[in-house]
Write a protein that binds this ligand. Structure first.
Ligand code: SF4
Length: 321
């Protein structure tokens, strides 16, 4: 059974619906890449999964999020709070949104295991040092005593990962965890996350705009465009046979620029804001393959094996490798 099963999830903010019936699932020990440009709805998906929509004036307006068999939509806030940090953890793009600048980082990690695992102060510190060592932080005892401002961006992000792991969660949602870091550190942090998933059997939703990161880390990919999943498949399938024109354009960007960072420059136009989503297929103003029907009718998702694609003209019959 999937640890996380998201089905037809829609999110509303005021009279807008920035996420429209998105679906994906994830098993333990696996990594799902949620990929798309800025404004495609990736971070909103993270907020929805973590039960944080009320903090930004949003709500789930339809669909289901099941975690280990429990429906999370409409879960009581106190039960969601118990899940967050203990069974599900969020890693954000900017470590400083998670770290208290006034507290030593060791104390911040210790607090998580004291709160969620009931450890004593001594036990929590020992566990924090063990986590820091596992995250390949040299001289963990010194780092444990430091304040965030004494650290590099890459080190701060490792501390945030240590905090996320301290409650022994089964599911981690990492929202662009390496975007603010330089390329070498990015690759190291992603590899740490991959190793944690493989070694501990965690499930990871890795939110990124970077197809290079997807190729490095993920087992399965869901491509978001303007609040809809337009294609999902195994990582092998998506790179070997991208079927949606948007996915094809994302991958062509990397091939053309040779940038592992997956710059999305090169796809003409921009992701529309939620107030100006196009009718029919939301990608049609940017799609080189668009036909008249694309303006009028939203494509229905079609499936074949692991592939799901929402395009009127995408071929489901794929060549065999
Ligand atoms: Fe392009 Fe039409 Fe397919 Fe949308 S449905 S991706 S506009 S061909």
């Amino acid at each position: 059974m999937a640890l996380l099963d998201v089905s037809e999830l829609s999110v509303g903010i005021g009279d807008l619906e920035p996420l429209d019936r998105i679906s994906f699932s994830l098993e333990k020990g696996r990594i799902l890449g949620l990929v798309g440009e800025s404004g495609s709805g990736k971070s909103l998906t993270a907020m929805a999964l973590m039960g944080l929509l009320p903090f930004i004036g949003g709500r789930v307006s339809g669909g289901s999020v099941r975690f280990d068999g429990t429906e999370l939509v409409d879960l009581a806030p106190d039960r969601y709070r118990t899940l967050r940090g203990k069974r599900m953890a969020l890693i954000t793009q900017n470590p400083m949104t998670s770290l208290d600048p006034m507290l030593r980082v060791g104390a911040q990690i210790d607090q998580v295991s004291q709160l969620h695992l009931g450890l004593s102060a001594t036990e929590a510190k020992a566990r924090s040092l063990e986590l820091l060592t596992q995250l390949r932080i040299p001289d963990a005892a010194t780092v444990h005593q430091q304040y965030p401002h004494q650290m590099s961006g890459g080190m701060k992000q490792r501390i945030v990962i240590a905090m996320a792991l301290a409650g022994e969660p089964e599911l981690i949602i990492a929202d662009e965890p390496t975007t603010a870091l330089d390329v070498t550190i990015q690759a190291q942090i992603i590899q740490i996350l991959v190793d944690l998933v493989r070694d501990r059997g965690l499930a990871l939703v890795l939110i990124t705009h970077d197809m290079g990161v997807v190729a490095q880390a993920c087992d399965h990919v869901a491509v978001l465009y303007a609040g809809r999943v337009v294609e999902s498949n195994s990582v092998h399938g998506i790179f070997a046979h991208p079927t949606h024109p948007y996915t094809q354009a994302l991958i062509a960007c990397i091939a053309r620029t040779g940038q592992a960072a997956g710059s999305l420059r090169g796809i003409p136009g921009m992701v529309p804001s939620v107030r100006s989503y196009a009718s029919g297929c939301r990608f049609h103003p940017r799609c080189a393959a668009a036909q008249p029907i694309c303006q009028d009718e939203a494509p229905v998702a079609r499936r074949a094996d692991e592939l799901m694609v929402a395009c009127h003209f995408a071929a489901l019959e794929l060549p065999h490798d």
